[in-house]
Design a protein around this ligand. Sequence first.
Ligand code: 5GP
Length: 107
Amino acid sequence: MATIFSRIITGEIPSYKVAENDQFYAFLDINPLTKGHTLVVPKCEVDYIFDLEDNELAAMHVFAKSVALAIQKVFPCKKVGEAVIGLEVPHAHIHLIPIQKESDMIF
Ligand code: 5GP
């Protein structure tokens, strides 16, 4: 069965798209830690980010960097933090979290 992120990539489940290329899809997290919290996912279904081949992992980070730079223009912030968590959804993903100060955190 397709993961929830695969169903988002195909458009079966709606999402707010931030960016996309042939390999990766970036969209706003439904439960953001800060405004602009974005998820970057590979279009291929791989459970765990460190199961990606080295070249795929490198390409994902290059894509994530371009997304982070774009996010900074829309959500001015000190930096865009990157996190790999993966507790909830078994589809490799990177969290991009704009951070200005601790009080930005929504939780
Ligand atoms: P993790 O697997 O890294 O612990 O967290 C998965 C993330 O995916 C969570 O931050 C959660 O809010 C987000 N998420 C789960 N389901 C959906 C969804 O249907 N749409 C969107 N946009 N984000 C989701």
